[in-house]
Design a protein around this ligand. Structure first.
Ligand SMILES: Cc1ncc(COP(=O)(O)O)c(C=O)c1O
Length: 416
């Protein structure tokens, strides 16, 4: 029996069978049905501790971990994180409402919207104390109007999301800073460098409390992204020094999310220790006086703490291709490979993890679309009718991006 690269606190290869949270994957499907998302408390906790540890030994001040709940807004996951001294990164009033309903104090929510409406602003500021990121000077204009009309005497904390001119992401669609993405798409997020001070000035004049500077460069970094990411850290801290010198008492710097789990065997993970050490050292040298730094992990916290279990309905051959036809669809459950060509999810045959004669198999979903495949010609022990396949790293941006395309149900979820 070979140790598999994906084994963790949650997933284990025991004598050729996949065990999930200590139980045979096949038994879980027997009890709860399929397709089924299974998430793991112990793996989420282990990811959280790894992050805390990475920053603990550095010169960075107090660390705020703000969970990017867009990655997975499962209620039980939120409940679990609530007890772990976690903040929330929310991007819509719906996310803010759910976080508050789950019991997160609104003052521990940072709201980072884009194209946000007057109604959105009213709704978010209606809660007690969230921090609202200013994404555009034009957004600030509506915030000022709403403050005057609805909340003239309320203390409203804001921060400024700037675009440092560099972005990195695993796909052009997930690069969120810089002038344009790698495919030429103009980047819509954040305030241009030359307008940052003005955002602080105007918001302070209007009676807001501007207390933070924020950036989010993109999603899905690997080791190759380190150089540019560190350069963006440099720019952010230099900019914060300028803002503080101009008389604005910044309390925190928020470096956003972006670092992810390992989706495939050869992927070189982003070196978080180097990143955290660099932030700590640069801050210590900068003379900046801040209370805390924030990071906004989504993928890193929950990605490898979730899988999708699916059953093989039948195995079909057509024009020389072998298909394992499963009872789930990409758009309904794991739309990432359908949306991003670069996305990859490793698939394990839970019923036979290893074999001496694996073969190329296409894992085909149950939707009427050729692109509805979870893996093309992947080399895997050949599945049989009734086998349970596990799609790994399905904890982030899977269920939360799912749809009811073809009027197929979105899979159920359990937390173990
Ligand atoms: C503002 C912001 N913060 C954090 C994240 C989380 O990114 P990741 O899941 O890659 O850590 C995102 C993702 O889109 C985001 O837009």
């Amino acid at each position: 029996m070979t140790k598999q690269w994906w084994e963790n606190k949650f997933l284990e290869n025991r004598d050729g069978k996949l065990f999930v949270g200590g139980r045979k994957a096949e038994a879980i499907v027997e009890e709860f049905g399929s397709p089924l998302f299974v998430y793991s408390r112990s793996q989420i906790l282990s990811n959280l501790e790894a992050l805390r540890k990475a920053f603990a030994g550095t010169q960075a001040p107090d660390l705020r971990i703000c969970y990017a709940m867009k990655a997975n807004a499962n209620r039980e996951i939120l409940e679990f994180l609530k007890g772990k001294n976690i903040w929330i990164d929310a991007v819509s009033p719906g996310e803010v409402d759910l976080a508050v309903r789950t019991g997160f104090p609104a003052r521990k929510i940072i709201f980072t919207g884009t194209s946000i409406s007057a109604q959105d602003i009213k709704s978010v500021f209606g809660h007690e104390g969230p921090i609202v990121n200013i994404d555009a000077l034009e957004q600030l204009e509506s915030m000022i109007e709403i403050k005057k009309k609805e909340f003239p005497d309320k203390i409203l904390r804001v921060s400024v999301r700037w675009n440092p001119g560099i972005g990195r992401g695993f796909s052009p669609k997930t690069v969120t800073a810089g002038r344009v993405s790698s495919d030429g798409t103009p980047i819509k997020f954040g305030i241009e460098e030359k307008h940052v001070l003005s955002a602080f000035e105007k918001s302070a004049q209007a009676g807001f409390q501007p207390i933070g500077l924020h950036q989010h460069l993109g999603s899905g970094w690997t080791e190759d992204d380190l150089g540019d990411v560190l350069e963006a850290v440099n720019r952010m801290i230099d900019k914060a020094v300028q803002v503080q010198k101009a008389g604005f008492p910044i309390e925190f710097l928020d470096f956003g999310g972006g670092f992810g789990p390992k989706y495939f065997e050869d992927q070189k993970p982003f070196p978080i220790h180097e990143y955290s050490r660099f932030i700590g050292n640069k801050l210590a040298r900068s003379g900046l006086d801040i209370e805390s730094i924030a990071i906004e992990p989504g993928k890193y916290l929950v990605g490898n703490a979730g899988i999708l279990l699916m059953r093989v309905e039948y195995v079909k051959r057509s024009y020389g291709h072998l298909f394992a036809c499963v009872n789930a669809g990409t758009f309904n459950a794991v739309p990432r490979p359908a949306i991003y060509v670069q996305a990859h999810h490793h698939i394990v045959n839970s019923s036979e993890v290893e074999s001496d004669s694996p073969q190329p198999v296409t894992i085909a979903g149950n939707l009427c679309e050729t692109g509805d495949v979870f893996g093309k010609n992947i080399i895997i022990p050949v599945p049989k009718k009734g086998d349970v396949l596990a799609l790994l790293c399905a904890g982030a941006y899977c269920r939360s991006m799912a749809s009811k395309f073809n009027l197929r149900e979105i899979p159920a979820e359990i937390l173990v």
